[in-house]
Design a protein around this ligand. Structure first.
Ligand SMILES: *Cc1c(COP(=O)(O)O)cnc(C)c1O
Length: 404
């Protein structure tokens, strides 16, 4: 996964840092594109998963749209080459300035989450002399069977409009003079690994759509959100099975007249392409437990502390021996752990550790808590080009750690 030259280059870089595999990202994007084109589905990348500029440019160059959850994300997406006509805007608490920015930029759709928000969008659209395109985000009360902190489609969650409100809005839709209500939107959660959850979503959507079409209302767009999970346990160069994912919707969704189906994947697009490279500062032994203290913490990868998620962790500079370790960061918080009780090769101060599958919700959730510096990011293709250009590491020379 990391060749000797790459690891040797890592040794010269300040840790911790994010390392992105450009080749894998491109292959993943190609896989999504070909599967989506097959079914004529539109894909909007969920920017919040990773808003790194080079990643955004790579994704926009591949013809994807963007799913944004703030005005700043919309602005950044446009700067990075996404066409506003392919941008959707979700979020349970969109600010006045964010809504005005979205309306002024004529984005494809504002995904509205309450009746009150609908009134506000209508007001601002009128003020700006525009017609705003709006989709209604429905809370379908579907259990995503994922961690409770990343479940969004249950009625106890704050997201979306209830079914009853939906029907009220649609029957009163003439009231909203400055809106074009042209679609339904759903997003039930993240890291969904069981496709029957998506089948349940399709069945629920069919039920809602049937009711709407019996009332002779035609909504040309259907956005089914994101949420496709990735394999954190054995993540080596894995491209999620987008063919299988899209076919679930193809086989289970009933479409009316000519409806365009939209998707908003985030994690599954970028998750496997990123790692965090961190250096071992200390190995402590406390009442029989060995704890690796590395120089990355939850300021670089919040997921384990935020929702007890696990990432595969490998020592990339040592292969010998083995022991049971906890892996912790340097932050002054008890939750600052990446793993507990994992088996790793004998690990020592100065070793480099890779935390895999950190491309999604890693760099995007970085913070400066403890006044830490934000970590750098490096791309595989750039490091390789630099190596070849500077001839820093001739191919005949083995990196130091491999010589011992
Ligand atoms: C976060 C989010 C997504 C992306 O979810 P993933 O699990 O990363 O695919 C899509 N749509 C909306 C509305 C979101 O909030």
């Amino acid at each position: 996964m990391f060749n000797q030259y790459t690891i040797s280059q890592f040794r010269s870089l300040k840790t911790p840092f994010y390392y992105y595999n450009a080749d894998l990202l491109n292959k993943t994007l190609a896989a999504i594109r070909s599967s989506a084109e097959f079914y004529n589905y539109k894909v909007h990348y969920a920017v919040k998963a990773n808003a790194n500029e080079k990643i955004l440019r790579t994704i926009s160059n591949n013809g994807f749209g963007a799913d944004c959850v703030s005005g700043n994300e919309i602005e950044k997406a446009i700067q990075c080459g996404f066409d506003p006509k392919n941008i959707v805007f979700a979020g349970v608490g969109k600010g006045d300035d964010e809504l005005q920015f979205a309306i002024e930029n004529n984005i494809f759709s504002i995904n509205c989450e309450s009746i009150q928000e609908l009134e506000v969008i209508d007001y601002f659209a009128g003020m700006l002399n525009k017609k705003a395109s709006v989709a209604l985000r429905v809370n379908p009360n579907i259990d995503a069977h994922t961690h409770h902190n990343i479940t969004t489609g249950l009625t106890i969650n704050k997201f979306g409009i209830s079914e009853n409100e939906l029907y009220t809005i649609l029957s009163n839709r003439e009231l909203y003079k400055n809106l074009i209500i042209n679609g339904l939107h759903f997003h039930i959660g993240s890291q969904i690994t069981d496709n029957t959850v998506f089948v349940n979503l399709c069945n629920k959507i069919n039920q809602i759509q049937k009711y709407i079409y019996e009332k002779n209302i035609y909504l040309p767009h259907l956005n089914v959100g994101g949420g496709l999970g990735i394999n954190y346990e054995s993540p080596i160069n894995q491209i999620p099975d987008f063919g299988a994912y899209f076919s679930v919707f193809h086989n289970n969704l009933k479409l009316y007249k000519i409806q365009q189906v939209h998707f908003e994947p985030g994690r599954s697009v970028v998750g496997q392409s990123g790692s965090i490279i961190t250096k071992v500062l200390y190995v402590k032994e406390n009442s029989g437990r060995k704890t690796i203290i590395c120089d990355a913490g939850f300021t670089e990868l919040l997921r384990p502390a935020l929702y007890q998620s696990s990432h595969k962790i490998i020592n990339i500079t040592s292969e010998t021996g083995s022991s049971v370790y906890d892996v912790a960061g340097p932050i002054c918080e008890t939750s600052d752990y990446f793993a507990k009780d994992i088996i790793m090769p004998e690990t020592n101060r100065g070793d480099l550790i890779a935390i895999l599958s950190a491309g999604a919700y890693g760099e995007a959730m970085a913070s400066q808590y403890n006044l830490r510096s934000l970590a750098n990011n490096y791309f595989s293709n750039e490091l390789e080009a630099y190596r070849l250009k500077s001839n820093l590491i001739p191919a005949s020379v083995e990196p130091e750690f491999l010589q011992k």
